[in-house]
Design a protein around this ligand. Structure first.
Ligand code: NAD
Length: 495
């Protein structure tokens, strides 16, 4: 069985002292072992990043941009290979894996514009003969810690902007699907990135804690579940680091009585069950405004899911693949089996569906009459389970969304522009869709939730990432006329 190792200073490193198992979720079999880095191995990766920093931050912007143009080309050229790696370790269907790659490429395209993005500002004559300008300089070594569910896109969310800004990086991908990050690191180097600028350390809490405590690490980007995001934020911030920690989600899709209910049902099915619900922007709560809307939507969703094809991600006929592990599949199923006891109605019970073999498959579930206070509503399930909450009117829908502890994404389905505009104004969530169920912003905007979906004050990728990965320096300049030289002990005033 092969051992997936680290990538440090351009070379493969790592021992098999401590390892984890990497499954093929479609068969349930262990296909690789992954090295779990020790403190010393993690520190070596940080040292490699620190050693590469002076030369990389001194590299001209045009040369840096060249790397991203070439990387984009390589990602397009090798997309099939990369998608196969994603599907093999994550389980999502190949078309979804390719979609993830194309969304990640948007971040590379954004980074290729770094010459424009890193422009500072200048004011002439702020005082007589005095000019001021600001520059954006790299923060230093950046640690990027990523979740299992987007093994290519989320590493690209972080690494593209961090590297474009002149930083060097230690990336710690999820130990559940670690191969894609190694592939990315090699692709970056093939595109011209010097060794040591992007290092990959495989591992678990040991590696993460070492990164959070390393003095050379100046900024931490994290994406994962809320409890871990909260603890990463606290530890990194206590160590004086800049930190953004994106957490879990429970995304509500509000359907108004005037909506096109067929379009809404199509959107709900795609957004709830795509990637087996293992998306931080998956719709997990359908908020139906009025019982008529709820009854119609429940019937339409149930009708649509009856023909969903669930199978291995490599089978072009599959629309949904397995879950990431057997333990996660069982945890997801427990929410469905427990829902009836909580007073909800299980309309479609995915736990009853049987599959051949030992893959981590689970059928899709639809649960009606769900209310806050039930586990099926309160917890992020992260699986193919869609809850329906019935509300009487628009105000109740907005209250429900605004009192959820999570606030990553939300959507409203309506044909009324006034309602849509009011929703945008009222709703307290980081990303909002109007007739768009998964409103993940394009690469030129930034991504991030509110409340327990993000700890820190910077959203990820896009313009906010340039701010996050740079430090601003302001320079005040005078080239005095020697004939006007004079001594003044007063505080400099510009008036
Ligand atoms: P996770 O929190 O279990 O793991 C994320 C990362 O943290 C991994 O690299 C993991 O190795 C590491 N980690 C896990 N436990 C740790 C610990 N105790 N100490 C230090 N590090 C630890 O998340 P996951 O299961 O890999 O991913 C799914 C979660 O990620 C879901 O909650 C999902 O909503 C969230 N997510 C959020 C976004 C977003 O943008 N907000 C995007 C994708 C995924």
């Amino acid at each position: 069985m092969s051992l997936i190792r680290h990538h440090v200073a351009g070379a493969e490193t790592g021992t098999a002292d401590r390892t984890g198992e990497v499954y093929d979720p479609a068969t349930g079999r262990v296909q690789h072992e992954v090295a779990l880095a020790s403190e010393a191995e993690t520190r070596a990766a940080v040292a490699a990043a620190a050693a590469a920093l002076p030369a990389w931050r001194a590299t001209s912007l045009i040369k840096r941009a060249d790397v991203f143009f070439r990387l984009r080309h390589l990602l397009v050229e090798r997309a099939d290979e990369l998608a196969a790696i994603i599907t093999s370790e994550h389980g999502k269907v190949l078309s979804d894996a390719k979609g993830e790659i194309s969304r990640g490429i948007e971040n590379v395209e954004f980074a290729a514009g770094l010459v424009h993005l890193l422009k500072g500002e200048r004011s002439e004559q702020v005082s007589r003969g005095v000019d001021v300008h600001s520059v954006k300089q790299p923060v230093g070594v950046v640690a990027c810690i990523t979740p299992f569910n987007f093994p290519v896109m989320v590493p690209l969310w972080m690494t593209a902007s961090a590297i474009a800004c002149g930083n060097t990086v230690v990336l710690k991908p999820s130990e559940k699907d670690p191969s894609a990050s190694l592939f990315l690191a090699r692709l970056y180097e093939e595109a011209g990135l010097p060794p040591g600028v992007l290092n990959v350390v495989q591992g678990d809490k040991v590696a993460v804690d070492t990164l959070l405590d390393a003095p050379e690490v100046r900024a931490v980007s994290f994406v994962g579940s809320t409890p871990i995001a909260r603890s990463i934020y606290a530890r990194a911030a206590a160590n004086g680091k800049r930190v953004q920690a994106l957490g879990g989600a429970k995304n509500h899709m509000v359907v108004m009585p005037d909506a096109d209910l067929d379009a809404a049902a199509d959107a709900a099915v795609s957004a709830a069950y795509g990637s087996a619900g293992e998306r931080c922007m998956a719709v997990s709560v359908l908020v139906a405004v009025g019982d008529d809307v709820a009854d119609a939507l429940v019937a339409k969703v149930a009708e649509r899911v009856a023909t969903l094809r669930i199978g291995p991600g490599t089978d072009p006929g599959s629309e949904m693949g397995p879950l990431i592990t057997g333990a996660h599949r069982d945890a997801v199923a427990s929410y469905v089996t427990g829902a009836a006891g909580e007073g909800a109605t299980v309309v479609v019970d995915g736990t009853a569906q049987r599959f051949d073999g030992d893959g981590f498959f689970l059928g899709v579930s639809l649960v009606d009459h769900v209310r806050p206070g039930m586990r099926v509503y309160d917890d992020e399930i992260f699986g193919p389970v869609l809850s329906v909450v019935r509300v009487a009117d628009y105000d109740e829908a907005v209250d429900l969304v605004n009192t959820s502890p999570f606030a990553n994404g939300t959507a409203v389905f309506t044909r009324d522009g006034g309602t849509a505009r009011q929703f945008e104004f009222d709703i307290e969530v980081g990303m909002v869709g109007v007739n768009v169920p998964i409103p993940v912003p394009v690469g030129a905007f930034s991504f991030g939730g509110w409340r327990n979906s993000l700890f820190g004050d910077s959203h990820i990728y896009g313009p906010e990432s340039i701010h996050f990965y740079t430090r601003s320096k302001v320079v005040t300049t005078r080239w005095p006329d020697p004939s006007e030289s004079q001594i003044s002990l007063g505080f400099p005033s510009n008036h």
